[in-house]
Design a protein around this ligand. Structure first.
Ligand SMILES: [Zn+2]
Length: 72
């Protein structure tokens, strides 16, 4: 599992699940992240800029599996 090569995720490190308001690190993705399911459900969002600070600023919490240190 890794970064995706199709829009709008091309080369992006972080992917947000707007349904659960969680952010995932695609370089450390685990099967528990269910990234493909998130994309299929159209719950996936990207961040501009593509970093954790921006995700947190938008109200996203860390994924327990690939980032850890959840604030909830
Ligand atoms: Zn994750």
């Amino acid at each position: 599992m890794a970064r995706r090569n199709f829009p709008p995720f091309i080369g992006k490190k972080y992917l947000g699940n707007k349904n659960k308001m969680e952010v995932h690190d695609l370089d450390k993705e685990t099967k528990n992240c269910q990234i493909d399911e998130i994309i299929k459900a159209k719950h996936a969002v990207i961040f501009k800029p593509d970093n954790l600070q921006e995700a947190h600023r938008c109200g996203y919490d860390n994924c327990h599996y690939c980032i850890g240190g959840s604030k909830r």
